[in-house]
Design a protein around this ligand. Sequence first.
Ligand code: GRF
Length: 220
Amino acid sequence: MKFILQARKYAQILGCNLSTKVAILASGTGTNAEAVLEYAEAHPEFYQVVGVISNKRDAAVLAKAEKYSMPAIHIPHRDQSEQIQQLEAWSAQWACLAGYMRIVTSDFLRFFFDEERGYARVINIHPSLLPRFPGLDAYGQAFASGESESGITVHLVDEKMDHGPILLQKSFPRNEDDDLEAFMARGRAIENSLYVEALVGLLKGEIQPRAQGKTVARKN
Ligand code: GRF
């Protein structure tokens, strides 16, 4: 904690924007949520996490958030207005969906809408090279397709599932002798750092959203 306060003080002196407040919404294990939390702890000059909401009462992500002394709250997805009230109470400016298994409402997107940027400040990570394989079980879909390459996408969130403009993509191969587990492990090894890279790049203005289908995937 002492380290964080000191880092904030120095960053303020250097004129960095410390006020960027990020909330996380997740439904499951929370490895991506943890990556976002970990980065904030190490680099408070870029953003701070204000809290974690899970729509699942027993999601492991809630315990992970507590490890970082974060407010971690269960609010069911049917109570999205309650979620918005909580986000407002935290003064959240950005939302990171990190394995949040629900579509957000237009009210939610309106709450995060940024006039200047022209989009809602809500991002998501999806385990395929969108627009290929949106929706549930993307690893399974991509594996079953037999395509020799898949990847991970971080994108802006809009009203449709896994549909918004792309921020970053990274591809990985499907090897001939892969089973689903090996294939997924290759993707999971990419996800956490790619999510943080996209968030920080977006906050720093180094990444511009691009319509789906117009992005060239990076190989490494
Ligand atoms: C990840 O595969 C992510 O890409 C997808 O849901 C999964 C969440 O995993 N949207 P975790 O809870 O972050 O470990």
